[in-house]
Ligand binder design. Sequence first.
Ligand SMILES: [Mg+2]
Length: 293
Amino acid sequence: MTSPTTVTGPAAAAGHHERIARLRAAATRIRRHALDMGEVQGQGYIGQALGVADVLAVFYARGDGELRLRPDDPHWDGRDRFLLSIGHYAIALYAALAEAGTIPVTELATYGSDDSRLPMSGMASYTPGMEISGGSLGHGLGVACGMGLGLRHRGNPARVVNLLSDGELDEGSTWEAAMACAHHGLDNVIAVVDVNGLQADGPTAGVLRTEPVTEKWRAFGWNAERVDGNDVAALVDALDRIRDHTGGPSVLICDTRVGRGVGFLETREKAHFMPVAAHEWQAAREQLEGPAR
Ligand SMILES: [Mg+2]
């Protein structure tokens, strides 16, 4: 990653504050894009999209995000690779790619339709900026490991980020890949775990206990940071620390809230595929634009 010109003192503090404010605004736009797409199809993994929007904003916000990208050249070899192994989060990543400028905002209205570049599950062959086809869980980190090795071999300074879910920690292949990344000292690989406490079959704690998550990653040789994944400033600070870490891979463990930003969805009985009635999409948008809670 390139480092910005070093500025210290009050000017730096003010610049940081303004950047955080812009990232929060980007997160709200990502949530709104996701709600718009959900309304198109009357469905979607909207609870997860709202929950992970702050994380995606910190990576993708145009001009402020962590990823080095060229929105008009999604195959640029110097780009940071962002691997969405949780293909059902595609609605969230499309919203982020629109925020980044990789896909036009107007195209979001085609979500899930025939001939759209935005299928309901993420597929690399369809969508600019979608690096892998996800959905069969547990493969993203292995691909990230291979990409990280390849980039290092070629002297390419790009980084590889794999966004995975807490449910995906049930997959043995995730832990094989975690061992391999640490063994090879891949400090160009970052795992980002969306810990929303929920997976397809119910609460994560009841399906297959994953805690203590942080200690597990550390035991596998990873530099681990755990933050409130709906706190933009905390995410930025953690990624700053991760950028300074060398010699091995880092994981950013993000505790997020399903439905975040829309009160009546935050408190809805949690379901992997959250039902939203036709009249609720507009109500959800209005809550997003309301006073910060
Ligand atoms: Mg989950």
